[in-house]
Design a protein around this ligand. Structure first.
Ligand SMILES: Cc1cc2nc3c(=O)[nH]c(=O)nc-3n(C[C@H](O)[C@H](O)[C@H](O)COP(=O)(O)O)c2cc1C
Length: 200
């Protein structure tokens, strides 16, 4: 399975959507899993996997998390991130860099409401990125919450919601034998994109 190669006149977002659809169609596990890299204000980087949850109406890449987590703290101080997708079934990777903003509460509400109930309870119960005494206590808290909430909808906690990454740089990487890979870069320049090829 192959993908369309980037060209100067293509819109990188449209190309990303095409490649993502191809990754989904390739049947690989979790094509929506992406590495999210953030950094402290002093430049210390950290990376973790999160799930790409589609585009917002402005064409920004969404993910959802805990607003008290390590990543959220780093984004509060330094609201830029890098994203990385690796789709081995296509032998391509996509790098994205950009400014990060929190999604409006209504968008986070809508996504939270669509999640499986156990994930909702887990989001409420888990103080993400903070030390806990023991794992069983966390499971007990989920059970207690489930009991307390009963059949009612689980309300979205204030400290859980979405972010949107507004790309200002894209790199589309196409792997080939003999490490002669192709690298296509789009850098935002005002309303347009500067296009470059990079050596592998
Ligand atoms: C495949 C995969 C998908 C994940 N998706 C998310 C996600 O969408 N949101 C999230 O908060 N954590 C997700 N996690 C957990 C994060 O990698 C990470 O452990 C957590 O967000 C805490 O990161 P932090 O302490 O750097 O903030 C995922 C982990 C894996 C392996």
């Amino acid at each position: 399975m192959s993908v369309r190669k980037p060209e100067p006149d293509l819109q990188p977002l449209a190309l990303f959507q095409e490649w993502f659809a191809a990754a989904v169609a390739s049947g690989m596990a979790m094509p929506e899993a992406m590495t999210l890299a953030t950094a402290t204000a002093s430049g210390r980087p950290s990376a973790r996997m999160v799930l790409f949850k589609g585009l917002d109406p402005a064409g920004r890449l969404r993910f959802f998390t805990n607003y008290d987590s390590r990543k959220a703290g780093e984004l509060d101080d330094n609201p830029r991130a890098a994203l990385l997708f690796w789709w081995p079934t296509l032998y391509v990777q996509v790098r994205v860099e950009g400014r990060v903003v929190r999604l409006p509460a209504a968008e986070s509400d809508a996504y939270f409401a669509s999640r499986p109930r156990l994930s909702q309870l887990g989001a409420v119960a888990s103080p993400q990125s903070r030390p806990i005494m023991d794992f069983q206590q966390l499971l007990d808290r989920v059970s207690t919450l489930a009991h307390e909430i009963g059949d009612h909808p689980v309300p979205r906690p204030d400290n859980w919601g979405g972010y949107a990454v507004e790309p200002d740089a894209w790199e589309f990487w196409v792997g080939h034998d003999g490490r002669l890979h192709e690298r296509f870069v789009y850098i935002r320049e005002g309303a347009t994109w500067a296009f470059k090829l990079l050596a592998p």
